[in-house]
Ligand binder design. Sequence first.
Ligand code: ZN
Length: 151
Amino acid sequence: MFDDVADLYQQVILDHCKQPRNFRELPQCSCSAQGHNPLCGDQLTLFLKLEGDVIQEVTFVGSGCCISKASASILTTTVAGKTRTEAQHLFDVVHDMVTTGKAREDLGKLAVFAGVHKFPSRVKCAILAWHALMGALKGAQQPVSTETEEM
Ligand code: ZN
């Protein structure tokens, strides 16, 4: 499926998939949310530690395909240190990128997911962790499902 995605991008995804960053529970977390992508079977739980309005730390556990894991892993390294508002903005940018394929240069590693827009079934894998992030910030009580997503 990655035939026409640059090798570099593929390597970044494989790296984060095989060795996910911040892959652990966070016992002292401020909030958490579960995400579920029934189409692929991806499941993850995201843990956030907030201090005031700033996201200090993000971790996750779960199981799923390589794209969902790599996306969650890169999310945890990207969102740490951001404010709620910045995180919401990033969600919008990432959502736009995975659905349109237009990556902005300042997105860093996140840009590797621009390629998934060519594979509609994979878009939900890539966006799952971001939905969980929004769910956690909004204090969602129910697991967040990608099936409520309109695409
Ligand atoms: Zn998946």
